[in-house]
Design a protein around this ligand. Sequence first.
Ligand SMILES: *[C@@H]1O[C@H](CO)[C@@H](O)[C@H](O)[C@H]1NC(C)=O
Ligand SMILES: *[C@@H]1O[C@H](CO)[C@@H](O)[C@H](O)[C@H]1NC(C)=O
Length: 303
Amino acid sequence: MTAAVLCFLLFGLVPLVASSPVRDTDNGTVPLVLWHGMGDSCCNPLSMGAIKKMIEGKIPGIYVLSLMIGKSVIEDTENGFFMDVNEQVSMVCKQLAQDPQLKGGYNAMGFSQGGQFLRAVAQRCPTPQMKTLISVGGQQQGVYGLPKCPGESSHICDWIRKALNNGAYSDLVQKHLVQAQYWHDPLQDDLYKKYSLFLADINQERGVNETYRTNLQLLEKFVMVKFLKDTVVDPVDTEWFGFLKTGQSKETETLQDSVLYKEDRLGLAAMDKAKKLVFLSSEGDHLQFTGKWFDENLLPYLR
Ligand SMILES: *[C@@H]1O[C@H](CO)[C@@H](O)[C@H](O)[C@H]1NC(C)=O
Ligand SMILES: *[C@@H]1O[C@H](CO)[C@@H](O)[C@H](O)[C@H]1NC(C)=O
């Protein structure tokens, strides 16, 4: 219950887009897989549903798969809060492998937490081949904080903050609270590295899994979108793979300043050199962008 409140607070915002679908028989398009954010679902007509329609309208003939985690929209929404992320990722890997439309490869676009979940798919499941990964406001280095808190429920936020600060790395919380699985506490770096079931694994904190390095570099592009007025994600640097410097909670560092990059534990430095990393920004708050911005910035990567 409280977890659900937290998650809605953090990631319940939904982008608004207008759409006017046109159909065409001309194909030769690259299929697209979407993974929604927390508090959202595959098929919400105001968010993923609208985005799917908009893209189908702009790229006639494209196959767009908006992932449903579970057997219904309700399950899908609940799983975004409570289902072990590693299990979610393996479920998605199976689903993608069984989809005949994706055999020739696909592009992927993840919203908010869907951004880091799809990166895990790229690192763990190279078949079918993900071509371009777009992380829209994704928390690639996790989150540390709960900045947004409506006045009336500030006591709930205080409680949740405390729970995550004290218990995010306990086995029980790790297994059952999605957000804890990408909770990145710079003041408890050793605990994070040791017990984070999801993020520390995909970010090579416990060791270097060469498979992850190899698979991620198979991407043609890795596009990261940061929202310049994001009041939901803390720190916002995480949307470009930066984070707080270890051992304190004020100063941040960029991806390029990080150990992950300097030791090139994940292949990101190599990808940067090969011009595969793309850093984009949008003026708005979390997941807020205009149709014009989408057309100019993201559409070129989907064609
Ligand atoms: C053409 O578009 C349709 C409808 O979206 C899709 O199901 C099909 O797989 C596409 N065919 C090719 C060859 O891309
Ligand atoms: C590295 O990642 C691959 C792909 O997920 C996995 O099969 C393998 O067990 C991992 N190796 C280690 C040492 O964790």
